[in-house]
Structure formats: structure tokens, C-alpha cells
Design a binder for this molecule. Structure first.
Ligand code: PAF
Length: 282
């Protein structure tokens, strides 16, 4: 694996490879890598000639500065995992390389309704920061394909919109959420959970399954109330949302009986760690 810290060195290398006709796949990350990230690297390797991973903890997407300060950094382990996964290139820029003008939010992206709900509502400006950094990274890498995980369902929709808004010629490919055997969705934030917390956090996946099983049997309000209560009873201190939405637009589903594809999404805090997960309903 070749490690690049500057845009110039990365682009010089990529330019040569692209001129040879090689296709490129890109997996942007904030590090603290786990098997979910590695599965995206694997997908990229299967579909593209060259796989580039970036590690950059983007300050502009953290609406809570404490969350940014506590974000796990495990760079040596990340490099080892990427080498094992036979990733071709790691782009590891400094904040100054990505934001030479400073880390303030500059452009505003018209994300419309998507930015007013769920993560957009509970994390003001989060998606503007995500768009800012992903736009910058896509301009630098200009990959044929971009790989993101379904765990960040709304983020995938936002990035699809970013691609449409900017006309960037990159295809977004979404990889399935990887889970521990307990069902807990893999996430860098899990590193901040104790073993006891991880056990408690299993209730999120169980809640998604419960809604999936009962969606045609019980009323939506009842399902959401049951799940919200069980999250609180299992030690979660704040439940931001349990929402059943249209899988294509993320509009809240008002009539559960319609045939529209649906997704259930959860965000809740356990011991100060904010966990999110989702499941497409059958
Ligand atoms: O999903 C993430 O890890 C981040 O939001 C991303 C896409 C790498 C942008 O910083």
C-alpha cells in the first residue's frame, strides 16, 4: 500500500494510473477502521483496479465538539488492517491540506427536506460538513466508484444528492451494514463502549427486528412507543428518534399499509455515545 499525505503527490500518482486505463474505487473514512470499512475495501477491490481509502476526521461535520475530541484514533492499527485487506492507496491528509482556508463551513448545499429530518434535525449542519469534505475528497480523487455503508442510510442519500447537485461523475455503491454476532452494527463509535454497554446496545438491532416482524400487526405509534421504552429501560439515556420512513425519500410514513418500501431508523445515546442503525422493512 502506498501512503500519500499531500494532494499533489496523490494526484500525480493517480494521474499516471488513470492514464494506463485503470479504474478507481474510493472508500472515504474517519479511521478507527472495522470490518464494515474493510468489506467496502473488498467491494472496491472486486469492482475496480485501484482502491483508495482516505482517513480524515473531518472537524466540520461534528456539531458537538466533545464528540470530535473523543473520536477514536487508531492510525497504526488502521494501516495494518488496510495492508491486510490489500488496499492500494491510503490518503492521510492533514486538516491544513483539506482546509487551507481554515475549518469553517464555506459552501452550502441545497439538501432540501433531507436536511430537516432525523440526523439533519438532531445534528445541525452535520450534513453540510459531510458534503463539504466528501465534495473536496471527490474532487481530489475523482474516482469511478465511491463506496459507503448502509449503516449511515441518510448519509448515503445525502451523498447521492451531492453527486446530482455537483454533476460529479462518480457512481455511489452502498455496502450492507456489517454486524457483530450479537447484531450490534459495527461502528467506530463502538470502541467507546464498555463490554457491558455493548451488551445493552444489542437492544437496537432487536428493536429493528421487532418492528420488522410486527409492522403489519401493530399500529405504528404503538411500535415506536414500545421500542422507545425498551431503549430507555435498557440504559439508553436519550432516544433521538425511532422513525419509520419511506425508504426512497425518508418522509415519515403516515399510512403503514401502503406498498412503499420502508426503512426504520434509530438514533440513541448510551453512556454519552450516540449510536445509529437502520433496517429496510420486508
Ligand atoms: O461516514 C463517515 O465516516 C464520514 O461521514 C465520511 C463519509 C468519511 C465523511 O467524513
Amino acid at each position: 500500500m502506498i501512503l500519500f499525505k499531500t494532494i499533489e503527490a496523490l494526484q500525480t500518482h493517480l494521474h499516471k494510473q488513470k492514464n494506463k486505463g485503470y479504474t478507481t474505487g474510493f472508500v472515504p473514512t474517519m479511521g478507527a477502521l472495522h470490518h464494515g470499512h474493510l468489506s467496502l475495501i473488498g467491494m472496491s477491490k472486486a469492482k475496480c483496479d485501484i482502491t483508495i481509502c482516505s482517513i480524515f476526521v473531518n472537524p466540520t461535520q461534528f456539531n458537538d465538539s466533545k464528540d470530535f475530541d473523543k473520536y477514536p484514533i487508531t492510525i497504526e492499527n488502521d494501516i495494518r488492517l488496510l495492508e491486510q485487506a490489500q488496499c492500494d492507496i491510503l490518503f492521510l491528509p492533514s486538516a491544513n491540506e483539506i482546509y487551507p482556508q481554515g475549518t469553517t463551513l464555506t459552501s452550502t448545499y441545497d439538501l432540501g427536506f433531507l436536511e430537516t429530518i432525523l440526523e439533519g434535525k438532531f445534528r445541525p449542519n452535520h450534513f453540510q460538513g459531510v458534503c463539504q469534505v466528501v465534495h473536496t475528497l471527490l474532487d481530489i480523487v475523482a474516482p469511478n466508484k465511491l463506496f459507503l455503508g448502509q449503516k449511515d442510510y441518510q448519509q448515503c442519500m445525502v451523498i447521492q444528492q451531492l453527486i446530482a447537485l455537483t454533476g460529479i461523475k462518480t457512481q455511489l455503491i452502498i455496502g450492507a451494514t456489517l454486524r457483530e454476532t450479537s447484531g450490534l452494527a459495527m461502528s467506530s463509535r463502538n470502541m467507546r463502549l464498555t463490554e457491558e454497554d455493548k451488551k445493552k446496545a444489542e437492544i437496537i438491532y432487536q428493536s429493528l427486528q421487532y418492528i420488522n416482524k410486527n409492522i403489519n400487526k401493530k399500529g405504528q405509534d404503538e411500535l415506536i412507543a414500545t421500542v422507545t421504552n425498551s431503549l430507555y429501560n435498557n440504559g439508553f439515556e436519550i432516544v433521538d428518534y425511532v422513525a419509520i420512513c419511506d425508504a426512497n425519500t425518508l418522509a415519515l410514513v403516515t399510512n403503514i399499509d401502503t406498498n412503499t418500501p420502508k426503512v426504520v431508523l434509530i438514533a440513541a445515546f448510551l453512556n454519552g455515545v450516540r449510536l445509529i442503525d437502520n433496517m429496510l422493512l420486508n
